[in-house]
Write a protein that binds this ligand. Structure first.
Ligand SMILES: Nc1ncnc2c1ncn2[C@@H]1O[C@H](COP(=O)(O)OP(=O)(O)OP(=O)(O)O)[C@@H](O)[C@H]1O
Length: 728
């Protein structure tokens, strides 16, 4: 693209202030800061965690008050802890309140909820006099080394603002020039205000446009969706110029989860929003009406689907299969997950069906791999932040660790995906770390049976806006969500056993949480409470929900890859975030190994910007006095939750047994069935507890609710401040 075609924008000055070496002091007014900005320091490891080698002890922070006013919790300090120690890679955050900022009273929207974009714009128009500028560093003001390594650093320079004047803003898109994109594509990217391609985009887009098969690896949140989205749309645009008639879909994107499929199609739709004519993009996932999806498939240009539903559609319609055989791109997103157990079979069926030569009817079923279409026209694009281990395990057989290298894993992919080239381009844009750059990792040590209590304490104490809590089971999601709700926190569930509508509703509510909304009736702005999403690993891959500041691993992740992907739901793009592991004493060592594994490659390479071992996972000390004072609330909330769940479950069991009894033509007596069902083997303790919980009367429930309400209304004197923690 010549310079004449370039859309120009006078680049605002980044204004990177150099990091200050010392920040003093006592004369400073107190100010609210985020938990991760406090000056953590190491103290001795308690005896019980002696074997937790490498966690470097608990940490304490002095001179900090914890203030809870209304439903807002903040750390308030005058200490230079907020300056952030010199070696730390976490050097202030763009949403840190300025020194002069007061903590907002609960009835006023907190200062940090002001749209950042507008603030930035205003600041550019009227730069404050030197003396008035905040003296603390912000993310924008960080030192140069961070800017060099942060792939999204340039985004800070992007003028954001009112969508209405979006089209009028001219931006310098010269960074995209080497990618040889059409002017139309450049201008639609400019609308998104993405001034710079991310490394994975810079490296993969030209290869894809040249017609190569590509395997792309890059850290979570580093823009992989557009790394394949842009060239697909670019090819579609080119096709519009040369062909008048519709030629069937151009691309099929396979995604492991429904939510991710919808997100990918939304993301590509956003990209296309600035085009004169857009491709028709549809998502084909379970939980939605098949007939409607069939209609959409007929006119689709880009299809994003989950393997299960896609296979259902392909296997039931030869027309669909025929049209898909003509695609130019097959994208496997989150490839290591998609090619893993659970999804693998359907993905494999789809791959085989697409590659099978000959007629597209049921006779196909008998054809074998040997009959694959040789030299097909389709390009295959494979993306993920993690690649090796799961694929390797798959090859080696369940439960066995094996020592396959990168090359062998690649062989496996080559074989399965039937790339059209003998050697696809393997592009690793995050050779140093799979973890996002602005992620801070922490660990809270607690008793095995105290996770609920510590989860509540972390949520109550952290002043971040949105949290995503990962558990390893659907039942835990079902229990923790109402538990937190009973404690007055806005928790929403997400797991694969929910109906699709409920899944989407949970995500929507979570996304809306923490935002300002206009209450028409009251004619004023209402500040919605920051939401908490309680999820299984169904939310671990790819979900791009802006504003998640905190990821909590209620259960430690099952694998290093799961840790990477779960933690990757925060600190996406240019933003920062914290990932906190809740660990029982026995979990500490294996978890330490797991995290070390994630960081091992980076350490081995000793690359610049690599976190030192001591900086990888900070052990976070939650003031045990606060925890002790929260215990009563949690115990009561748990009793209430258990009783409600047991009643619900009992009701379902009763329903099932009543139906069975009716079918058998016998009388149903629930007490009798209870007695018959009693045994003394494994699980009888749980059964007994369930029975007790179920027998809690309505009056007792009401009593407990009232008592909990009273507890939540009481302030918890933390002993570290004249101020108090109050409501949950
Ligand atoms: N060139 C760019 N400049 C600025 N922001 C970008 C750019 N490309 C993508 N983004 C934004 O970065 C965010 C993360 O992108 P995306 O969801 O594609 O990440 P990802 O690498 O696929 O992450 P994951 O591995 O977790 O799936 C999105 O909100 C997207 O809009």
């Amino acid at each position: 693209m010549g310079p004449d075609k370039k859309r120009k924008f006078s680049k605002p000055q980044a204004g990177h202030a150099k990091r200050r070496k010392t920040l003093a002091v006592d004369s400073k007014p107190k100010r609210a800061v985020r938990a991760d900005q406090l000056l953590w320091k190491t103290v001795d490891v308690p005896e019980m965690f002696d074997d937790a080698e490498g966690f470097f002890g608990l940490e304490v922070v002095e001179g900090v008050d914890i203030v809870k006013e209304g439903d807002k919790v903040q750390f308030v300090t005058a200490v230079s802890g907020t300056s952030v120690p010199e070696e730390s890679e976490f050097e202030g955050f763009e949403d840190s309140p300025k020194e002069s900022e007061e903590i907002s009273p609960p009835d006023q929207p907190p200062a940090e909820t002001k749209p950042k974009a507008k603030k930035a714009k205003k600041a550019k128009k009227e730069p404050p006099p030197e003396a008035e500028r905040p003296s603390e560093s912000t993310a924008k003001d960080d030192d140069d080394s961070e800017l060099e390594t942060n792939v999204f650093s340039k985004i800070h320079e992007v003028p954001e603002g009112n969508d209405d004047d979006d089209d009028d803003v001219e931006v310098d898109m010269s960074q995209w020039e080497p990618l040889n994109l059409s002017p139309e594509m450049i201008s639609t990217i400019a609308r998104l205000k993405f001034l710079t391609p991310t490394p994975i985009q810079s490296r993969t887009i030209p290869e894809i446009l040249e017609g190569h098969d590509v395997i792309g690896k890059a850290a979570t949140g580093s823009g992989k969706t557009l790394a394949f989205g842009i060239p697909i749309v670019e090819r579609w645009l080119a096709r519009q110029v040369t062909t008048e008639t519709k030629t069937g879909p151009i691309a099929l994107v396979l995604s492991p989860t429904r939510e991710l499929a919808h997100q990918i199609s939304d993301h590509i739709k956003q990209l296309c929003a600035g085009l004169k004519k857009s491709p028709y993009i549809c998502s084909v996932t379970g939980g939605l009406a098949v007939v409607k999806q069939q209609r959409q498939l007929e006119k689709a240009d880009i299809i994003v689907g989950t393997p299960g539903r896609m296979w259902e559609m392909i296997s039931s319609s030869s027309a669909t299969l025929a049209s898909l055989r003509g695609i130019s791109f097959l994208v496997i997103d989150e490839a290591d997950r998609l090619l893993k157990d659970g999804h693998f079979k359907e993905a494999e069926e789809i791959l085989n069906a697409l590659d099978r030569a000959g007629p597209t009817n049921e006779d196909d079923e008998e054809s074998s791999d040997d009959e694959k279409t040789p030299g097909h026209a389709r390009q295959t694009l494979v993306f993920s932040a993690t690649f090796n281990k799961n694929l390797q395990q798959k090859l080696a057989g369940k439960g066995r660790y094996n020592l396959m290298g990168d090359a062998e894993s690649l062989e496996y992919l080559l074989k399965k995906l039937n790339f059209r080239e003998e050697r696809p381009k393997y592009i690793d844009a995050s050779p140093v770390s799979q973890m996002a750059e602005n992620l801070k990792e922490g660990l809270v040590l607690c008793g095995d049976m105290e996770k609920d209590l510590y989860l509540y304490a972390v949520l109550l104490l952290q002043p971040t806006r949105r949290a995503l809590v990962f558990t390893n089971s659907i039942n835990s999601v079902r229990r923790i969500t109402p538990l937190l709700q009973n404690l007055g926190l806005p928790a929403y569930p997400l797991h694969s056993d929910m109906i699709q509508k409920a899944r989407l509703r949970s995500i929507e509510r979570f996304k809306e949480s923490g935002s300002k909304q206009q209450d028409a009736a009251a004619n004023k702005n209402v500040n919605k409470a920051a939401g908490i999403l309680i999820a299984t690993d169904v939310a671990a891959r790819g979900l791009d929900i802006p504003g998640i500041d905190l990821v909590i691993h209620y259960h430690v992740p099952r694998s290093a890859d799961d840790y990477v992907h779960r933690s990757g739901r925060t600190a996406r793009a240019a933003s920062s975030g914290v990932s906190v592991l809740l660990c029982g004493p026995k979990e500490a060592v294996p978890t330490q190994r797991l995290v070390a594994k994630v960081h091992a490659a980076a350490e081995a390479k000793g690359a610049a910007g690599t976190k030192r071992k001591s900086e990888i996972v900070h052990t976070i000390d939650i003031d045990r006095r606060i925890v002790a004072r929260l215990r009563e609330r949690v115990v009561l909330a748990k009793k209430l939750t258990d009783a409600a769940l047991a009643k619900e479950k009992g009701g379902k069991d009763d329903h099932w047994m009543r139906a069975a009894a009716e079918e058998l033509g016998v009388e149903f007596d629930s007490d009798e069935f209870e007695t018959v069902g009693t045994w003394s083997g494994r699980g009888s303790g749980r059964k007994q507890k369930e029975k007790e919980a179920r027998s809690v009367s309505k009056a007792e429930m009401a009593q407990m609710r009232a008592a909990l309400r009273e507890l939540l209304g009481k302030r918890v004197n933390t002993g570290v401040s004249e101020k108090y923690l109050a409501l949950g």
